[in-house]
Ligand binder design. Structure first.
Ligand code: F6R
Length: 580
């Protein structure tokens, strides 16, 4: 979603804002803007990438300033243009916003009847107008009154013409404080300020932050609040491409090392992982790839004899869910800030149900609020399409399943996994060749059964999101119930075949597609007659997806590369979906 950075201090404000925006660009890249304050407030906005904004800023005479706010936008209200880009300025108030205001139309109509004229279609301009209408001489009062009227999610960075202070407040959308000797930051993501500081404080909902030259003050309901200063383990290094052409490729290539780290951490000390044996029903919830990781978990835990439902968070939060006192809800989320997943977690907690978060970002809402948490320790994931985080989510689910039903083969296979992954990912020449045969196609299908179907879901999502080729995943037996009508000469059909029990069945379904002209690409553990086949080492069934999905990720990467796509920032997508 949108990304926010704000700063007050001695460092060069423009440099802080532009470097921060570049690091937040993965969150939204429709348009961007900055506002700085000196004797006046200067606002510069641009449609497109941060580089477009930077060029505009470089060609503009900037006022003397020691504070500013900046924003990279992922459109929710109103089309992509400069009017709708942030910061929004109404009267004496200039602000940036991440989130969605649900009662924006109602507030807009009220303000219009009071004579306010709007220049954009955004809910953000409504917030600015409302705050301006409440502002008399105290910004704290104006912010307090404004947030009392807002329904929805917001993280706000605010400047007032009359004040030398920078203000911020959040509710449901992420915003943290960054603290350095030279000044104070507000940001949606610590990654945006790591080249200045790794010290930060979390902000609670509706706590109003006031930043001046002496530091900052946090107030809630008129009372000062103390928040601990923490140190992030992340370094600016995590933002570096390390010679790779794209973050997606870099992050796939990090998988063997990260898998190895988690194995070392947990394989000899399973007590560090929660014990699921006390539950008789598990709900696994996530969005997108996190949901598909959950589908792998469903297959694993069902094999262990536990009833599992796996659902997308945006559905789960509104369905009538049947819980019992032995239900566990597992939330999977890389960012820990996905709005629907947070809502699903809160629904379970309101029903007094234990929740387990499998998350990457420590300190995120889901990591903080769930009953239990397991961190996947992927480091920073920059590419919008997740790769390494998905693999580590699956590894944690696999370890949890092993803890439920230990066996020796699992442990011996687990230890070989990083090296096997390394060898597989080294076959780039072959993956590129396969990509050559796919990149001009209009349709690609992935078919598999049971856990192989769960693998297909992620393989297909990865391909479509980065290459823009239409792609779908089907339970292999289901293709002939309709979709096979789309198979024509040259349609690519991936057959994922790792589960011996249903191997022959899936191969028959692949044959059905081939008879109708499909070009088959077989991905499995046994050698076959197919010209295009990727054979991965056979390992314990609870580990097999960890050797197959990386192959599909890397093929998706090379297909997108051949098609000249913007791989790390696919169109219309944002990394962290903090709105419903
Ligand atoms: C796809 C992708 C998304 C995310 C989804 C959930 O490559 O990255 O589908 O998996 O938006 O995000 P998190 O895991 O942050 O909750």
């Amino acid at each position: 979603m949108c990304g926010i950075i704000g700063y007050k201090g001695k460092d060069n404000v423009i440099e802080v804002l532009i470097s921060g925006l570049k690091k937040l660009e993965y969150r939204g890249y429709d348009s961007a803007g900055i506002a700085v304050k000196g004797d006046t407030v200067q606002v510069i906005k641009s449609v497109g990438r941060i580089s477009d904004l930077e060029e505009k800023v470089n060609n503009t005479k900037i006022i003397d300033t020691d504070m500013g706010i900046a924003h990279t936008r992922w459109a929710t209200h109103g089309e992509v243009n400069e009017d709708n880009a942030h910061p929004h300025r109404v009267g004496k108030i200039t602000l940036v916003h991440n989130g969605i205001i649900e009662n924006a139309e109602e507030l807009r109509n009220q303000l219009m009847s009071d004579g306010v004229v709007f220049n954009s279609n955004t809910d953000t301009e409504v917030i600015a107008a409302l705050m301006n209408s409440y502002y008399e001489n105290s910004m704290e009062d104006a912010i307090e009154k404004t947030i009392n009227d807002l329904r929805g999610s917001y993280a706000l960075g605010i400047i007032c013409d009359d004040s030398d202070k920078l203000y911020a407040v959040r509710c449901q959308s992420p915003l943290i404080l960054g603290i350095s000797d030279n000044g104070t930051f507000i940001t949606s993501d610590i990654g945006a300020i790591l080249n200045y500081t790794n010290k930060y404080s979390l902000l609670g909902e509706n706590e109003i932050v006031t930043i001046d030259n002496n530091g900052y003050k946090i107030i809630k309901n008129g009372k000062e609040v103390h928040r601990d200063v923490m140190t992030s383990d992340l370094t600016d290094e995590d933002n570096d491409l390390h010679g790779y052409s794209h973050y997606m490729l870099k992050e796939i290539m990090e998988e063997p090392v990260l898998v190895n780290n988690l194995i070392n951490k947990y394989s000899n000390d399973l007590d560090k992982l929660p014990d699921l044996s006390k539950y008789d029903s598990i709900h696994i919830i996530g969005c997108g790839s996190a949901y598909y990781a959950g589908m792998i978990g469903k297959n694993l835990f069902e094999e262990d004899g536990i009833k599992v439902d796996c659902d997308v968070a945006s559905e789960y939060r509104y369905r009538n869910i049947i819980y019992n006192d032995k239900t566990l809800v597992i939330l999977i989320s890389q960012s820990g800030e996905t709005a629907d997943t947070i809502a699903a977690m809160r629904k379970a907690m309101e029903n007094n149900i234990d929740t387990l978060a499998i998350v990457n970002v420590d300190g995120s809402t889901i990591a903080r609020e769930a009953t239990y948490k397991v961190l996947i320790e992927a480091g920073r994931e920059v590419a919008v399409a997740t790769t390494k985080a998905y693999i580590l989510q699956v590894l944690i689910l696999s370890l949890l399943s092993y803890k439920l039903k230990p066996d020796n083969k699992y442990l011996s296979d687990l230890k070989k996994l990083p090296q096997q992954l390394n060898v597989l990912l080294d076959r780039t020449g072959y993956f590129k060749k396969l990509a050559d045969s796919i990149y001009k196609r209009n349709d690609v299908f992935f078919i598999g059964r049971k856990i192989d179907y769960a693998i297909c879901l992620e393989g297909s999502l990865k391909l479509k999101e980065v290459s823009y080729i239409h792609s779908d995943a089907y339970q292999a037996g289901e293709l002939k119930h309709g979709t096979i009508s789309l198979v024509e000469d040259g349609t690519v059909v991936f057959g994922i075949v790792t589960d011996d029990f249903i191997r022959d069945k899936t191969i028959s379904n692949l044959e059905e597609a081939i008879s109708r002209g499909a070009k088959a690409i077989y991905v499995g553990t046994e050698n076959t007659k197919y010209d295009d086949q990727i054979i991965v080492p056979k390992v314990h069934s609870k580990l097999q997806p960890i050797l197959v999905v990386p192959v599909l990720q890397i093929i998706a990467y090379y297909v997108a590369l051949k098609r000249g796509c913007d791989i790390d920032k696919p169109k219309n997508l944002a990394k962290s979906v903090t709105v419903e």
